[in-house]
Write a protein that binds this ligand. Structure first.
Ligand code: GCW
Length: 604
């Protein structure tokens, strides 16, 4: 199949057999004189310019990353004499939520790159390009299957499937990319080999030890496994009266002889909540479940924590668990796939959001994100959604980068025309705020259509089991999560909790996450809450129209294929924004009876 290569110029292979060969090939491809000095085996590198010649030094993977970096610098005509770089995170991971039947959970760019019809099925040539594309932004690990592992995907770790996986690992290897497998906590039971998955039962420990011996005999450089346990109906240690340290350490011990990690997800909460119960508060679960276990995890356990305490909403506070466990290794988990942020139809440049999360200053060793790639010819469905994958890779490499510089760099690689570069950069940088404005501003969250998570449905999750409520009534909206309310704020250090606790000091963009606020409450701009909500939705819908206009002005300045692809989606985005504006405003108008202060149309 033919495909477009996002930001990366395609090249034909003799496929490299080592990382060093890959680095040399990429450098030769640039058409400039160069020398490589390999020292050690780290990911960092130095590029020095000596006359016309570029001197690269670093480990093998370092040289590879240097080659790609130099490509970008030359393309964007950046002037420099020496550049030193080393990655901010040791493992820079993407997670595919690909099912064995070829569907992708929360996937918006076609079918799986790895599975079809309950078999491992990949296009080897495309996999080579994928490895190269990931390495070009410094990504070095890929979990290929969904964290929800059901039969037959449970069989991925059996001798029947491992040879094909081993071949994939080999393809990824020259680009420094390592595999991770998502596994079902209760595999020994699911595969019919044991009648228990109790982490403290020696038979279970022994089963996993032998299983990993087999897995590593096929894939010696497997980075490790990813486990979603006791989460959204997946099995886990709770079923055996054990906790998550028992569960994670079971795998850690079996992986240790092979140098593997267990990435253990902290997305653990009660998904059978009763909406009548206003005491239970879903965002409190990750911290409550894991914080008391600090100090009990083996060294090769990595707790993988979603960036917010809820679930990839357009705005949430940073998870209080991140950086709080002083004796536990952690990874932050982002979502590049736009599940709640426009599904690769609406434009929403996520590095803006991730920047804010990273700016809160927590320190973690690894970084992971749910990817937005699938087998669409351009990998991400919407051409502009590739900027999110690129941006994730860049931030995973250098967590100090600004959204502006990432957007500029990506546009420089994607478009020749200077006006197009500037215009798309602006579109990207404006897009998150626009999306937030016409969906759920002020940290309100949810309000989406159940299951699909695209488009508004005011009461869709209001009386559900999922713990996802805004609790709007005639007087007020939002949830009091202060220490006087659900007590969620107590999970932060006292000085942070104090800021969130007080409605006057709480950052306004998170107001409805932390507080239950009356519609006549006056905000910083002097407007009442209800007026702010209306304004935000009118403004957001206008913003979507502006994105469309900005793009229309680029006809003829960007390749026709890209123009058409994005145009189609922007039209849908405008429609979606109108729907959100009208449904949202009408819902609150009907509740409050408050008209818009500016007399704009709100449907009755
Ligand atoms: O946001 C939710 C998604 C689920 C997903 C889950 C998770 C893979 O709606 O589809 O399951 O998060 O992160 O495990």
């Amino acid at each position: 199949m033919n495909f477009h290569n996002c930001w990366l110029k395609k090249r034909s292979f003799p496929y490299p057999s080592t990382v060093r060969e890959a680095a040399e090939a990429e450098l030769s491809n640039l058409g400039v004189p160069f020398k490589i000095y390999i020292n050690g085996n780290g990911d960092g590198f130095t590029i020095s310019k000596n006359g016309n010649e570029y001197q690269i030094s670093g480990g093998e993977t370092g040289a590879l990353y240097a080659a790609f970096r130099l490509g970008v610098l030359l393309n964007n005509k950046t002037d420099f004499t020496q550049i030193n770089e080393a990655p901010s995170y040791e493992n820079r991971i993407i997670n595919h939520w690909d099912n064995f039947n070829g569907n992708i959970e929360r996937g918006y760019s076609g079918k799986s790159l790895f599975f079809d019809d309950n078999e491992i099925d990949y296009d080897e040539n495309r996999m080579r390009h994928y490895a190269r594309m990931l390495a070009s932004v410094g990504l070095n690990a890929v979990a290929i299957n969904n964290v929800n592992v059901s039969l037959p995907a449970v069989k991925l770790i059996t001798g029947e499937k491992l040879p094909r996986l081993a071949k994939l690992a080999e393809i990824f290897k020259p680009y420094g990319v390592r595999l991770i497998l998502s596994i079902n906590y209760a595999s020994p039971v699911m595969l019919g080999e044991l009648d228990t998955a109790d982490p403290c039962d020696p038979r279970v420990a022994d089963w996993w030890k032998k299983r990993f011996d087999i897995i590593y005999s096929y894939i010696p450089n497997l980075l490790g496994v990813l486990v979603k346990a006791d989460s959204e109906n997946q099995p886990g240690p709770f079923s055996y009266g054990r906790d998550h340290a028992d569960g994670a350490n079971l795998f850690a011990k079996a992986l240790a002889p092979h140098g593997g990690y267990v990435f253990w997800r902290c997305f653990v909460y009660n998904c059978k909540q009763n909406w009548r119960d206003t005491k239970t508060d879903r965002p409190k679960f990750p911290y409550d479940n894991f914080m008391p276990l600090d100090g009990r995890f083996d060294e090769n356990v990595v707790l993988q924590i979603k960036n917010g305490p809820y679930d990839f909403q357009i705005r949430e506070p940073v998870s209080p668990l991140l950086g709080a466990m002083k004796q536990t290794t952690q990874a932050v988990e982002f979502q590049i796939a736009q599940e709640y942020t426009g599904q690769q139809i609406d434009l929403c440049f996520l590095p803006t959001l991730w920047r804010e999360v990273l700016d809160t200053g927590f320190k973690v060793k690894h970084i992971a994100a749910v990817t937005n790639t699938g087998n669409d010819f351009n990998w991400t469905g919407n051409y502009l959604a590739a900027a999110n994958l690129y941006g994730y890779g860049r931030l995973a490499w250098d967590s100090s980068l600004s959204p502006e510089s990432i957007a500029a760099e990506w546009c420089g690689l994607m478009f020749e025309d200077a006006d197009a570069r500037a215009a798309v950069k602006k579109m990207l940088l404006d897009s998150r705020e626009i999306y937030e404005n016409y969906t759920t501003p002020l940290g309100m969250g949810w309000f989406v259509t159940p299951h699909t998570h695209y488009g508004p449905d005011p009461l869709g999750y209001e009386f559900s089991l999922w713990g996802t409520y805004h609790r709007a009534d005639r007087e007020a909206v939002g949830i009091d999560r202060s220490s006087r309310g659900t007590g969620y704020t107590r999970q932060y250090p006292p000085e942070v909790a104090a800021v969130y606790d007080n409605i006057d000091t709480c950052p306004e963009e998170l107001l409805l996450f932390f507080h239950r606020v009356a519609y006549n409450h006056v905000l910083k701009n002097g407007k009442t809450l209800i007026q702010y909500l209306y304004d935000s939705h009118f403004k957001g819908a206008e913003g979507a129209e502006r994105l469309l206009k900005a793009w229309e002005a680029l006809e003829g300045r960007v390749p026709g294929e890209i123009y058409k692809n994005v145009l189609e989606r922007l039209h849908k985005q405008v429609k979606n924004a109108y729907e959100w504006r009208d449904v949202f405003n009408t819902f609150f108008y009907r509740l409050t009876g408050e008209s818009d202060g500016l007399g704009r149309l709100i449907y009755k």
